[in-house]
Design a protein around this ligand. Structure first.
Ligand code: B12
Ligand code: SF4
Length: 498
């Protein structure tokens, strides 16, 4: 069978500009799903997020390639695009089998209960895909009402209300088919240098996942629910083998929390050293792991860990506890100092709460001074479907909670009027640009890259100041209860933000 795997494009301006300016990672999820498809099938990946005219490209390929199966992936923010693509494909090719998977399908399958989608996969996709193909071949019933659901079927509603199924055994998940994508399209801005200069600011980057899940359950994060509480780990040998076979010199670890099992991660570093594998890495890590195991990060620095993304979230105890982060202000501060001392660049991620007052924004501006030089980013606290936060707040949404779930558009009423809120939000990013290691550490980069980054960075920040315009005009100057009240009257009549 001919199988086309498709990653939808982003629709909101901010998401598009982020991936033009700073990082655009390969569709690892589809590469892994492709790994579960046997050689008897013909498989292609279409990443619409790198296409200039995604819908035209999609229509053309459905006509030209004429796949028997279309498999779509999506975050909550792209679920409506997934549905649109499914409808288009069915119009062009009514017999096509349409399968939808990914994080949104896993945590909120009910949203895909539509006639144009044939199957919804919850959880791991490569193992599910190989089961689906086997059942098709044997003429068996395809859905199992657990991990493969059939929309509009009798048991769909009950099945979609269950928590996600247990995750596949990690050893059964195949390696990604990295050969199926245009590898030169994927990059990440790299602001760390040990020598004071960089040959490029935008190296080609490969993504790699060494573990899945996270034992913590921060209130805003859906991973605990999506993974059913599991934390799965690849063995150090398997990880090193995968790294060895990656052509790119730069690697972005897309684990939810890679450094949880310190023995395992230390063994990976040791093996990389023993085998003399020299690459450069970015990873996420929690501040408490850095503080409890500085020696681990020293070890990783030696084998090429350049940048660590840390969800500091806040420098305020009350908020950290509200987010169930299980860290403290003191731990955050220590983690920042340790990374500086080891000479690993910090990427500090902070949460802006919709209830921020002007004073809260000012306090965050001060915190930035402490963490700099660092890459600093901010997201707006947003309830993801599947979390308790989502259930508690579902009566308070001021815009469509999936389409606008990009952690930049506030889903909840803001204390400040929206227009003012985004003035402060944009300003945080303008200040972050000044606190950047490139600037603070006077790193020399090619002029072309420098101008490009300034131009793209400025465009990105401009789009942040403008976010309030994605809401209906009557909301722009409203705040708090007023905003909530107005939003209910408007009843979902939102701009599509494109
Ligand atoms: C790396 C990452 C990113 C990268 C981009 C990755 C990429 N290629 O686009 C960056 C840093 C840019 C990023 C940005 C954002 N991200 Co992000 N990201 C991740 C992270 C940590 C890993 C994603 C990944 O590569 N996973 C590896 C793949 C292999 O795993 P997978 O997606 O689970 O795929 C498996 C199954 O889901 C299934 N499957 C997937 N697709 C399909 C399709 C079919 C047909 C089938 C059958 C099965 C199937 O099989 C796959 C293979 O096993 C996840 C956390 C997570 N665990 O998902 C968050 C996550 C996906 N991100 C999230 C969010 C919210 C965002 C942002 C919107 C907000 C933000 N500021 O962070 C932005 C949006 C950017 C944009 N342009 O749209 C949320 C999404 C929640 C939701 N409800 O949608 C997650 C889950 C984080 C979280 N803790 O909540 N992200
Ligand atoms: S530590 Fe990170 S991955 Fe784990 S629950 Fe918190 S935000 Fe999610």
């Amino acid at each position: 069978m001919k199988i086309l795997l498709v990653k939808p494009h982003a629709e909101l301006n901010v998401a598009k500009r982020l991936s033009e300016a700073f990082l655009h990672l390969e569709p690892l999820e589809l590469e892994i799903v492709a790994g579960g498809i046997g050689p008897e099938h013909d498989v292609r990946i279409l990443d619409l997020s790198i296409e200039k005219n995604p819908l035209k490209r999609f229509n053309d390929l459905i006509r030209e390639y004429s796949p028997g199966m279309l498999a779509l992936s999506g975050y909550s923010s792209t679920a409506h695009i997934v549905k649109e693509l499914a409808e288009r494909a069915k119009e062009i090719s009514p017999d096509i089998l349409i399968v939808v998977g990914g994080i949104h399908a896993t945590i909120y399958p009910y949203d895909y209960n539509t006639g144009s989608i044939d199957l919804i996969v919850r959880g791991e996709g490569a193992t599910a895909m190989s089961r689906i193909l086997e059942r098709i071949e044997k003429g068996k019933q395809i859905s199992d009402s657990i991990s493969v659901l059939e929309p509009l079927s009798d048991d769909f509603v009950a099945a979609s209300k269950l928590p996600p199924p247990p995750y596949a055994n990690i050893r059964d998940i195949p390696l990604p088919r990295r050969d199926l994508v245009q590898r030169d399209k994927y990059f990440c801005i790299w602001t760390h240098s040990d020598t004071g200069r960089l040959d490029t600011l935008f190296p080609r980057v490969a993504s790699l996942r060494t573990s899945l899940g996270c034992p913590f359950s921060c209130s805003f994060c859906v991973i605990h629910f999506a993974m059913n509480g599991a934390y799965l780990q690849k063995s150090p040998e398997d990880v090193v083998e995968e790294i060895r076979n990656i052509k790119e010199e730069y690697i972005y670890f897309v684990d939810d929390e890679m450094f949880i099992n310190t023995k395992r991660v230390s063994a990976i570093a040791r093996l990389l050293k023993e085998e003399n594998i020299r690459k450069k890495y970015i990873s996420w890590a929690r501040s408490d792991t850095i503080v409890s195991h500085p020696e681990l990060f020293r070890e990783w620095k030696e084998v090429g860990l350049d940048v660590v993304y840390v969800g500091l979230e806040s420098m305020d105890e009350k908020r950290l506890s509200e987010y169930n982060k299980k860290t403290s202000m003191e731990t955050n501060r220590k983690a920042v100092s340790i990374l500086k001392e080891i000479n690993i660049t910090l990427h500090a991620a902070f949460i802006v709460n919709p209830d921020f007052s002007v004073d809260d924004f000012k306090a965050l501006e001060k915190d930035m001074e402490f963490v700099s030089p660092a890459e600093i980013t901010f997201t707006v606290l947003s309830p993801s479907p599947g979390t308790e936060l989502f259930r508690q707040n579902s009566h308070r949404f001021i815009c469509e909670p999936f389409r606008f779930y990009d952690c930049m558009h506030s889903l909840l009423p803001t204390r400040l009027p929206l227009q003012k809120f985004y003035q402060h939000f944009g300003r945080l990013y303008s200040l972050a640009l000044r606190a950047n290691p490139l600037r603070r550490n006077r790193i020399k980069v090619p002029l072309k890259d420098l101008f490009y980054s300034i131009y793209m960075g400025t465009r990105y920040i401009f789009s942040l100041y403008q976010i309030y315009k994605d809401y209906p005009e009557q909301l722009w100057k409203k705040s708090g209860d007023e905003l909530l009240h107005e939003s209910k009257k408007i009843d979902g009549a939102f701009r599509n933000g494109s």
